[in-house]
Design a protein around this ligand. Structure first.
Ligand SMILES: C[S@@+](CC[C@H](N)C(=O)[O-])C[C@H]1O[C@@H](n2cnc3c(N)ncnc32)[C@H](O)[C@@H]1O
Length: 222
């Protein structure tokens, strides 16, 4: 396919970073839900830059050298942000999203200096690659949205998390259709093995936050 024809399938979402650079994330006109950057991904990406995690003047950078995996990464926007902050990131999604994630990794390479990023297939509920030593963070943006995924997604989280892994889960709370039921089922199941702490809006990015988008820190129960 000619390069200009190829470009017609994509439109770019820019995500400005606090250091003045911008991630340029390709989204695809054709394809399933993972082909665009969802609002929860923007809220989560900007949360990763907040002072609790990343405050260069005071020497704080919890991302530096941390091992991070993103589930249902779609375009890879959130994982890319983590990698630019210094994390060693694996972005994962279904086979269909691998080309888009890899393209976005390639396009944003110049913003990644200390961190690293690679893309892998990971279907929720399937066996996961061996992450030894355990991951520091599992990131997920807008992954709680359909009924059949509730059990496999919770299974993946159990397989991926060690005692000190923190899942940072960001999702848009939707009131229509089966969304409230799916959300309730997911958290009921998760609470058998994990405890959840909601992050208040004053600890999120002051601009990129919204009353209907929740951020939770989720950890294995002792
Ligand atoms: C609503 S999209 C969110 C994409 C991205 N995290 C964002 O917020 O922009 C949900 C993502 O979950 C992925 N997904 C859905 N079911 C999955 C499964 N069974 N295993 C792995 N990924 C899955 C989709 O391919 C899609 O990329």
């Amino acid at each position: 396919m000619a390069a200009d024809a190829h470009e017609r399938y994509y439109f770019v979402r820019e995500i400005e970073k606090n250091d003045g650079c911008a991630l340029k994330v390709k989204q695809c006109y054709l394809g399933d839900v993972g082909c665009v950057v969802w609002d929860a991904a923007i809220v989560l990406a900007k949360y990763l830059e907040t002072k609790y995690f990343y405050d260069p003047p005071s020497g704080v950078n919890l991302w530096a050298g941390s091992r991070v995996l993103e589930l249902g990464a779609g375009t890879g926007a959130v994982g890319l942000m983590a990698a630019t902050l210094g994390a060693q990131v694996t972005v994962t999604d279904l086979e269909d999203l691998q080309t888009l994630m890899r393209m976005n990794i390639q396009d944003n390479r110049s913003l990644i200096s200390r961190g690293s990023i690679s893309a892998k297939v990971l279907k929720w509920g399937d066996d996961v690659p061996d992450f030894t030593p355990p991951l520091h963070y599992v990131l997920m943006a807008d992954c709680i949205y359909y009924e059949q995924s509730v059990v496999p997604l919770a299974e993946s989280l159990k397989m991926l998390c060690g005692p000190d892994t923190c899942i940072i889960c960001c999702y848009e709370q939707r009131t229509e259709g089966t969304n409230p039921q799916v959300e309730r089922q997911f958290f009921e199941l998760l609470q058998q093995n994990f405890s959840c702490e909601e992050i208040p809006s004053d600890k999120q990015d002051s601009e990129f936050c919204s009353p209907d988008i929740r951020i939770l820190h989720i950890r294995r129960k002792a």
